[in-house]
Write a protein that binds this ligand. Structure first.
Ligand code: UD1
Ligand code: CA
Length: 450
């Protein structure tokens, strides 16, 4: 049976008090709506249909074309919202799954349970319910003596008795497609001026048809985000879930409460993550590495047996056996080959550092190609920018740069050459020569065995 999902996201999210639409607020670096969309994709295998309204253009441009968008011009309620999807619904659809974009913790398995319940239901709809100690704002599920669902009563319309009911409507449903489209127009306007999707329960029951309820196993999955307190709660729960997954797959996380790993990150076995560390975006960390404390890694690849402390690594490649920090910064296009050592207060941008090269103290290397086993003395700077353009610095294998060498790019330092402390290099340096002064000049040749 073909199932298509409809994800509701037209609401303004007034209580977020934000210029950004609620569903675009990031959780662990990803817009909130992505979580609901991914869960829907995982169970239906197809493109979700998303009902957008408030700042629809912004929502579309951020979430991209993995979604079919429909626009709800006026927010006339959840029933009206679902109705907008009818025109774009693939004809072959047997079942329609409805979920909310502001529930980022729902797992695909839970959605699969609702679809499975409906596949076995002779009646037209199944829904997810949840037992809540504090049912703040949720619609209550009213059941008959025989346990079947009789109605959903919205909190605002509920009697004192009904408000005591702990079983709530989670806001996730699966419908027989044909029945859904023929029944939506039968919903009456509520006293609040909305068409409630939940009224379909009453409509089905009046027809003598069965509504199935699936009780959610873990209420935490149904944390809905309406304000920034909920946003923090959802982020915390998600973080906990991700950290647990990595710990169970062989990663040591010394302080899970203080470790922030994004949903797309990959980490190898026996790696240790120390506190106040953030791994974000499409970061990959290999095996047996130690990351942190106080480290941010974003969209970077880190190899095996690396150690990175109190540093920031962005959009960079770090091969095996590299150690970095404390207090260094790798920026876009930095690539460190095996066994490179980066100490403190160093910055690398758009530069390759060859195997075994060492850069221990307060240096800037930008727009450079550096060979193997190069020693970059304390305070070495590539002067790569002339105010208009960036220029390249090339340093060949086994070069020794004395402390405080300034390399005025474009410039090239030949294999095995050395500079003295404070050299200002404004012309290419020949291989195996010693250069000193301002501007640097050759004072002697170097024996290759030096
Ligand atoms: C809804 C349910 C309630 C359930 C709760 C679970 C109804 C009438 N009530 O209430 O029983 O317990 O969800 O969270 O459905 N939306 C639109 N267009 C609209 C109105 C809403 O797209 O015109 C979207 C919202 O952006 C949101 C979702 O539908 O993603 C739910 O709407 P919301 O107003 O939050 O419904 P609740 O009052 O929470
Ligand atoms: Ca809600």
């Amino acid at each position: 049976m073909k199932c298509t999902s409809v994800v509701l996201a037209a609401g303004e999210g007034t209580r977020m008090k934000s210029a950004t639409p609620k569903v675009l607020h990031p959780i662990l670096g990803k817009p909130m709506a992505e979580y609901a969309l991914n869960a829907a994709r995982a169970v239906t295998g197809g493109k979700p249909i998303m009902v957008v309204g408030y700042k629809a253009d912004e929502v579309r441009s951020v979430l991209g074309d993995g979604v079919t968008y429909v626009h709800q011009k006026e927010r006339l309620g959840t029933g009206h919202a679902v109705q907008q999807a009818e025109n774009v619904m693939p004809e072959t659809t047997d079942l329609v799954l409805v979920t909310n974009a502001d529930m980022p913790l729902v797992q695909p398995q839970t959605l699969a349970n609702i679809i499975e319940a409906q596949s076995a239901n002779e009646g037209p709809m199944s829904m997810l319910t949840v037992d809540l100690e504090d049912p703040r704002g949720f619609g209550r599920v009213v059941r008959d003596e025989d346990e079947s669902v009789r109605a959903i009563v919205e909190e605002v319309d509920a009697s004192q008795e009904e408000r005591k009911i702990k079983e709530c409507n989670a806001g996730m449903y699966c419908f027989q497609a044909e029945w859904l489209w023929s029944s939506l127009p039968k919903i009456d306007l509520s006293p609040k001026g909305e068409y409630y999707l939940t009224d379909l329960v009453g409509i089905a029951v009046a027809e003598g048809q069965k509504v199935k309820a699936v009780l959610a196993e873990d209420p935490e999955e149904l944390i809905g985000v309406n304000n920034r307190v909920h946003l923090a709660e959802a982020a915390k729960a998600l973080r906990k879930r991700i950290n647990r997954k990595w710990m169970l797959s062989g990663v040591t996380i010394t302080h899970p409460e203080l470790t922030y790993i994004g949903p797309e990150v990959e980490i190898g076995r026996d790696t240790v993550i120390e506190p106040n560390t953030r791994l974000q975006g499409k970061t990959v960390v290999g095996r047996n590495s130690i990351i942190g404390p106080q480290t941010t890694v974003r969209d970077a690849q880190i190899g095996n047996h690396c150690e990175i402390e109190s540093s920031t690594i962005e959009d960079a490649i770090v091969e095996d056996g590299v150690d970095i920090g404390p207090y260094s910064h790798l920026r876009r296009g930095a690539h460190l080959a095996r066994g490179v050592h980066i100490g403190n207060y160093c910055e690398v941008k758009e530069a390759f550092l060859g195997q075994g090269t060492k850069m221990g103290h307060f240096s800037y290397i930008g727009n450079a190609e550096i060979g193997k086993e190069v020693n970059i003395g304390a305070g070495t700077i590539t002067c790569n920018y002339d105010g208009k353009k960036k220029h390249l610095t090339r340093i060949h294998d086994h070069v020794f740069l004395g402390s405080d060498t300034l390399l005025i790019a474009p410039v090239e330092v030949g294999k095995g050459a050395r500079t003295g402390a404070g050299a200002v290099v404004n012309k290419d340096i020949a291989p195996y020569s010693l250069n000193v002064g301002v501007p640097a000049r050759v004072i002697r040749k170097i024996h290759r065995s030096d």
